[in-house]
Design a protein around this ligand. Structure first.
Ligand code: FAD
Length: 435
């Protein structure tokens, strides 16, 4: 058994032990931030991180597309204080192309630097930096947590640790969520499912594909959005929706705007595709902190719902949690007064995210995306709104604030008017044929 607990709920002092469950960007980021702060404050604490996977051997696939966008450099330099791994960058992404049934719009913004990396290599890099700083990484799955009055017991497949505080950074892992749900008031955030595949076109095709991420909101049953991301030697294709399955991916690959950007000879039926399943949380979880525990990143649903930048968000929330633990304490009140306050920007964005998600689904189902993209080509407000929605560069609240003015609303009403007029004309035509 690994010992070490100091019994009170104040900030961690010399002799304290913290356990982190999960070594993704949230877990590794939290470990690094804790170590930085402990060194700065001259406190000797033990940080033990459990990670079930071994990233180094690359035997475990991560469904994440590995797109890192701003302010990722700042997060590395100022929050984690480690170099950004430029050597892992497979492509520098120029921007996004948003497609509808018959239209497309290419969008890029000066200064918004985006990189594509291989996710397992990125996670391996972060975990190695944590180890270098003295974090003890145990490659074993945590099997239970038990809260006692003065400590937390963490059980794993290989050992157990008595800790002062435990940090849940286990992503959308069902098993670990159930364990926390049993032991605490936590409940897993609601999520969209995602299906991911990779295809490997030849070098010439990949070279001329360009450095844009192609985004789609197809009017296909169940799919809320999809993307094709160019990597070094392949394209990563992912879709998301509450009830999607491998059949939804097959339908997406046949959707003409997607078909148009894939290699001409590509046939999903004889390409031996391997499907991977993942999850995007889109609500903040309940009970994500309490006495002696705090949950960060995806497990807490602390990211902009229905958007990218999950990696950035998980590191940022993990750094916030580390600050609270080292400066304020490990009680429910400390997390409420500090960690929660730091995360409020993300939490306050949820209602705006909900509204935008509803608008996006309706626009796609009513086949309004062609008109919206057409407007985006001539109207800078619409172009910015589309760019910020796709890139996650701004919060949903900011998108609403920048977009909703009378002039813009009139333009949208114009689109709706034309849409309904067209519908009425079609119905009248059908009626006249039937007479
Ligand atoms: C299809 C898809 C594409 C995405 N693309 C992007 C993208 O391009 N850019 C971006 O920023 N975000 C992207 N995301 C989101 C991003 O992957 C997540 O937001 C991010 O990984 C969250 O980090 P995390 O550390 O919170 O969780 P995770 O990265 O999920 O890490 C959790 C870790 O915990 C470990 N773990 C779980 N249970 C246990 C246990 N019991 N014991 C020990 N270890 C355990 C897991 O092995 C895992 O390594 C994508 C997500 C999906 C589904």
């Amino acid at each position: 058994m690994i010992e070490g607990h100091n019994g009170n709920l104040g900030p961690l002092m010399t002799g304290s032990t913290v356990v982190i469950i999960g070594g993704g960007p949230g877990g590794a980021g939290c470990a690094i931030a804790l170590k930085n702060l402990a060194d700065e404050l001259g406190r000797k604490i033990r940080i033990i991180l459990y990670e079930g996977k071994i990233f180094e051997s690359s035997t475990h696939y991560n469904q994440c597309a590995g797109v890192l966008s701003s302010p990722i450099l700042e997060i590395f330099e100022t929050q984690l204080r480690i170099p950004f791994p430029r050597e892992l960058v497979q492509r520098q992404i120029t921007g996004y192309i948003l497609h509808s049934d018959h239209e497309e719009i290419a969008m890029k913004k000066e200064g918004d630097i985006t990189y594509a990396v291989r996710r397992v290599n990125f996670d391996d890099y972060l975990l190695k930096r944590a180890k270098e700083k003295g974090v003890e990484v145990i490659h074993s799955r945590v099997t239970d947590v038990e809260f006692n009055s003065g400590w937390v017991m963490v059980y794993s497949e290989s050992d157990n640790t008595k800790a002062d505080v435990v940090i849940g950074s286990f992503g959308m892992d069902d098993g670990m969520a159930k364990i926390f749900e049993r032991a605490t008031p936590y409940s897993q955030p609601r999520f969209l499912n995602s299906i991911v595949i990779k295809i490997h076109p030849d070098e010439e095709f990949l070279a001329q594909f360009g450095n844009f991420i192609h985004a789609f909101m197809p009017p296909l049953n169940k799919i809320e959005f999809g993307a094709v991301t160019p990597k070094m030697n392949h394209l990563t294709i992912n879709i998301a929706g509450i009830a999607i399955n491998s059949g939804s991916m097959d339908a997406f690959l046949k959707y003409p705007p997607v078909r148009k950007i894939l290699p001409p000879g590509f046939n999903p039926e004889n390409s031996g595709l391997r499907y991977f399943k993942g999850r995007f949380p889109f609500r903040v979880s309940k009970g994500f902190y309490g006495n002696r525990y705090v949950i960060v990143g995806d497990s807490a649903g602390l990211l902009r719902p229905f958007k990218g930048k999950g990696i950035n968000m998980s590191i940022v929330t993990a750094v916030n949690a580390a600050n609270t633990i080292m400066m304020k304490g490990i009680s429910k009140e400390a997390f409420e007064n500090d960690y929660l306050v730091e995360c409020m920007e993300i939490i306050n964005d949820v209602p705006y995210g909900k509204a935008l998600r509803w608008l996006a689904i309706k626009s796609s189902n009513l086949r309004l995306m062609d008109s919206i993209i057409k407007l985006g080509k001539t109207d800078i407000i619409m172009e910015n709104a589309l760019y910020n929605c796709v890139s996650a560069h701004k919060s949903f609240k900011e998108i609403f604030r920048d977009t909703w003015n009378i002039k813009f609303i009139l333009k949208i009403l114009g689109i709706l008017f034309k849409f309904f007029l067209k519908k009425i004309i079609i119905v009248r035509k059908i009626d006249s044929y039937n007479m």
